[in-house]
Write a protein that binds this ligand. Structure first.
Ligand SMILES: N[C@@H](CCC(=O)N[C@@H](CSS)C(=O)NCC(=O)O)C(=O)O
Length: 177
């Protein structure tokens, strides 16, 4: 299940599909990608006795989703909400306004105790909670205007491999060779 379409996330899917016959790939219908399953808001992804609910959380990209476990005890936020940070919004459909809304209107409505597992952390942290991020996230505790200003001035170097094109059989599409 891909939280969004960036090279550092999707490029394993085709390889996994090759190794495990019958494996199904999934990504948001707003990602612009093909996959076995195109996800929409509130879709349920079941596995064993568990399920994940899809929350559309655009802003880092248009097709970003966060995945909430059935009893709302955990959320996998991809590159939308990070620990004390958030995904950058300066390329490939990034929008600080959309990201602010996604986090405040969707992710931050989860219970305070809900564990937050993001897709990246650059300090070795692995988990946070919704309550902690609501209180202590230095970007998301600001007004939307202040947040937009922060995001427009991050001046991060562009990830080295973000624009490398991936052969069609290695992405999450169903047309494998
Ligand atoms: N140095 C890393 C890339 C760091 C980076 O830009 N991370 C992204 C997620 S991957 S597109 C991001 O959103 N970072 C937010 C932040 O505040 O750091 C590399 O070159 O690989």
């Amino acid at each position: 299940v891909n939280t969004h379409c960036h090279a550092d996330h999707i490029t394993g899917t085709g390889l996994m599909k090759k190794r495990l016959v019958g494996l199904k790939s999934a990504i948001s219908k707003f990602s612009g990608q093909t996959a076995d399953i195109l996800l929409s808001e509130n879709d349920k992804i079941t596995f064993g006795k568990h399920f994940l609910t899809v929350l559309e959380t655009p802003g880092h990209t248009d097709g970003c989703v966060s995945l909430v476990i059935g009893d709302q005890s955990m959320v996998f936020t991809g590159d939308a909400l990070l620990i004390r940070g958030c995904g950058r919004t300066d390329f490939q459909q990034g929008s600080p306004e959309k990201l602010y809304e996604s986090i405040h209107r969707k992710i931050f409505t989860l219970p305070d105790e809900c564990l937050v597992y993001p897709a990246h952390d650059y300090l070795g942290q692995t988990v946070s909670t919704i309550g902690e991020e609501r209180k202590f996230n230095p970007r998301l505790t600001k007004s939307m205007d202040a947040f937009v200003n922060i995001m427009k001035n991050l001046n991060l170097p562009k990830p080295a491999k973000i624009d490398i094109s991936v052969p069609a059989n290695l992405v999450c599409g169903v047309h494998q060779v």
